[in-house]
Design a protein around this ligand. Structure first.
Ligand SMILES: [Fe+2]
Length: 233
């Protein structure tokens, strides 16, 4: 008696072959930007994230040109794999920022609500078999097999056996030089860095807009920004 499964979430990753030769320059650039950024706004248990500290445009910063190019190439591949016709869209990096997670810091659950595709790149990951540098956790909010909503939740935990049909989350351990790409709407978090070293990563938000002659004719694709009119311009 088979049970078939459908509608998989597509998480892409690749280990960039040139990562090690760019690591130190990226690390130096991130640390310098943190130093120059706004006064810390993060709670002690929250990682330092550039988007909250005025450091959210690294895609325009020359020190990040290599990884920006990699993000462009790999996001294009990811979108082709999920069936997007790249000739019909323009792709933009809308926002990009570093994350510095010091010991006992993590990132709470969130979605990247202003974007369509998100990417994360790991510049530096503490190693050590006994300690956990923190993982990227994706949450299964769709819960397509949860026949009575909330069955697996904290206060109604009557799910007898955890298995792949009722899985509520999945975790990706960070790997230096790895690029991960996922739908920006997929809720996720980063668990606590339990090592005594810093973990440093970059986050990218990508937006799709229509392009070409029919650009304004798609019901659910944002028209190109050059067709917009700013109020009171
Ligand atoms: Fe995120």
């Amino acid at each position: 008696m088979p049970i078939e499964t459908w509608f998989p979430l597509a998480i892409y990753y690749d280990d960039l072959p040139d990562a090690s030769e760019h690591q130190q320059a990226l690390l130096d650039a991130v640390m310098q930007l943190e130093h120059q950024g706004a006064e810390p706004r993060n709670y002690p248990e929250m990682a330092w994230t550039g988007d909250l500290h005025g450091v959210e445009q690294i895609h325009t910063h020359p020190a990040f040109s290599w990884i920006v190019k990699q993000v462009e190439l790999h996001v294009a591949t990811y979108l082709q794999e999920v069936g997007v016709d790249l000739s019909k869209v323009d792709l933009y990096i809308q926002r990009a920022w570093p994350i510095i997670s010091r010991p006992d810091q993590g990132v709470g659950a969130h979605c990247h609500n202003t974007a369509h595709v998100s990417a994360v790149y790991y510049i530096k990951v503490p190693t050590g078999e006994m300690s956990d540098p923190g993982s990227l956790v994706f949450f299964n909010d769709a819960r397509v097999n949860e026949v009575s909503p909330g069955l697996g939740s904290e206060n109604t935990d009557i799910v007898d056996a955890d298995n792949y049909l009722n899985q509520l989350d999945t975790a990706y351990a960070p790997v230096e030089g790895r690029l991960i790409i996922f739908p920006a709407k997929q809720r996720h978090a980063v668990t606590m860095n339990e090592t005594d070293e810093v973990r440093v990563s970059l986050s990218f938000d990508i937006v799709l807009t229509a392009t070409g002659k029919a650009a304004g004719a798609y019901e659910f694709l944002t028209p190109p920004p050059n067709q917009w009119r700013k109020f009171f311009a």
